[in-house]
Structures are given as structure tokens and as C-alpha cells.
Design a protein around this ligand. Sequence first.
Ligand code: ATP
Length: 236
Amino acid sequence: MSDALLEVQGLRAAHGQLVAVRDLGFSIARGEVVALIGANGAGKTTLLRCLAGVHPSAAGRVTLAGTDITALLAHQRVRRGLAMVPEGRRLFDDMSVRENLRVAGDHGRPGDWTLPRVLEALPALPPIIDRPAGALSGGQRQAAAIGRALMTNPDVLLLDEVSLGLSPLAVEEVYRNLASLREAGRTSLLLVEQDLSRAMAFADRVLCLREGRIVLQGPAESLTREAVTAAYFGVE
Ligand code: ATP
């Protein structure tokens, strides 16, 4: 028995005829931070959506804390401790950040991530807690979306393109929030990050996808930038 929290075996997913994720296997340990990198169309979003249960898998097995969750629907996976911060960060714009967080809390599972703890872990949130989500800046929306996912008490948090469309300052802020989350140590992160330098600096481990396959993986500090760039672009 491995000490993997999330274990993926032989995972396959398609969009019609197009196979986007091909027989993928990897695992993530508790508290580990894994960056998922790869060029446009490599299959990163499809993989995350599959893991979250919002895109069907055609084959394979996903295990969370030893339980097979392959057949579970998205909301059932949330209740088991797997939450996703989607690209585009859908929030209820008419509701305050506080209300958005509360609704998420009602749909998750009980645990240590109460509102006070989430506000402590994400310093961007207290000043905006009573603002309508529709009035937030991009970075604030991202922090609110992360907070919302935490309210479900996930063991594994999937984050798609956390920095997409944000100003450099907002990106720094989002990563400061993720860093304090990592400090807390109880949540594993699988995050899609286009910025290779940032991915390698922030993650414990890097997974590089190309054409739906893992073409390189390893501890971030053991991979050279050259090897990662070659895998990313498919240069032999
Ligand atoms: P990006 O960085 O552009 O989001 P990605 O690595 O997340 O890329 P995916 O979005 O998972 O990649 O796409 C993988 C493949 O599946 C691509 O060839 C893409 O064109 C295709 N694809 C993605 N979504 C759909 C869809 N809804 N319908 C048809 N094909 C799709």
C-alpha cells in the first residue's frame, strides 16, 4: 500500500473522437504541491475536469484516500474531499464573498476549514468579505474561488490556470495565498500553471503533459529548465 492520497491509473478521456488524456498514471501524497504543465491543448484542463468528475473518463481508475471514486459524480467527490477551482472561477456575482463561502460550506463536508480559518489562510479575503463577488478584481475573485473550494474541506484541491488573465501584482497575491495554504500543510494541490518558472519554483513536483500523456515528471528541484522546456515543446 502506497502513501498516495490521490492515485490515478490508466486514465483516459476524450472529446468525441479526440482522445485528450491517454492512459495517465500518477499519484499525489498528502500535503504535496504538484504543478501540471504543458502547451495549449496538452490535456491539462480535461485531466482536471475528469478528476473532479465533471468530464467523463473513458477508462481508468481514480482512488482518493484508498477509496475508488471513479464512478462518483462531481458533488459526491466534493463530499469525499476533492474540490476544484475552475478556470474562469465561477462565483455567484450577486452574492457577497461571505455568502459564496457559506454556500460552498453547506455543500462540502465537515472539517477544520471553518470561515475564520479560511480567512486566516487567505489574507486577501477579510477586506472583501462583504463585497458582492461581481465587484471584485481578477485577483480577488481568484482568492474568493480558492476560499470557496477550501470551505468544502478538501484533501485535494485542483486549480486550473490560477494566474490566467491576472495582473502581475494579482498573480503575486494569489501565490501568496497559495503559499499560506501550503504552510497549513493539510491540503494537496494539483495546479495547472503556464508559467514554467513559477511552476518549478512553487511546486514540490512537476508533471508535464503532451498530447494527453505524461512526458516528464519529477521533483521540481531535480528537473533542469532545459529538460522541462524540451518535454513541453516535444523537442528531442
Ligand atoms: P489549454 O491550455 O489550451 O487549456 P489544455 O492542456 O488544458 O490546454 P485541454 O483543454 O484539456 O488542454 O484540451 C485537450 C484537447 O482536447 C485539445 O486538443 C482540445 O482542442 C480538445 N478539447 C478540449 N475541450 C474540448 C471540447 N469541449 N470539445 C472538443 N475538443 C475539446
